[in-house]
Design a protein around this ligand. Sequence first.
Ligand SMILES: C[S@@+](CC[C@H](N)C(=O)[O-])C[C@H]1O[C@@H](n2cnc3c(N)ncnc32)[C@H](O)[C@@H]1O
Length: 203
Amino acid sequence: MQDKVSKIIEVRNRIEKDASLRGIPIVKPEVGQLLTVLTRAAKAKRVLEIGTAVGYSTLWFAEAICDLDGQIITIEKDEERAKEAKENFYSAGINEMVVLYNNDAAEILSGLNMEFDCIFLDAAKGKYIEYLPFCLKLLNQGGLLLADNVFFRGMVCAEAEPPKRYKTLVRKLRLFLEEIRNHNQLITTVLDLGDGLAISVRR
Ligand SMILES: C[S@@+](CC[C@H](N)C(=O)[O-])C[C@H]1O[C@@H](n2cnc3c(N)ncnc32)[C@H](O)[C@@H]1O
């Protein structure tokens, strides 16, 4: 067991070191740590991740569930990143625990027919609001819905108008936050961690 976790941490540290040099967007380590803690505390076994990049956050989830016979389904539309993520999953010894779809999230979400204990949104930020109905359909009672970058570089909470090119994205993220905060099936808090992490539990 300890060997399994050490291997996961080793690959994760390697990705963390070179991600910023290569311009690969990944969650902040403190967000990653919280993903592991929350997933473990919720006793989650099946995780859905939207936005894999090269698998860094997947490895935080893997640490939480690797001794629970769990499964992670992760979606990445970029072919190169998906290929690299797969290689990382092999190196970390978690390839049998992970199913990676190299596709657009909307296409996969509409076809998924299983329940999840945890869903992590970390792909196109303007699409979170579109993905929400699918997440509610796929999330177990007591399951976690997590969404990263909900402050979008501080623009979502700022009084100043966002730059023109981000206006729609910021408006959609505000709508998403309003929806998850007021939804009668969700209990939500938003943490000022990293670029803003929304945490919801399904009633
Ligand atoms: C912030 S990165 C994910 C980082 C990853 N969760 C981590 O922390 O290691 C967002 C990823 O979502 C992917 N993405 C963006 N839009 C997508 C879509 N519609 N469907 C699937 N993947 C998408 C991007 O290619 C990018 O690699």
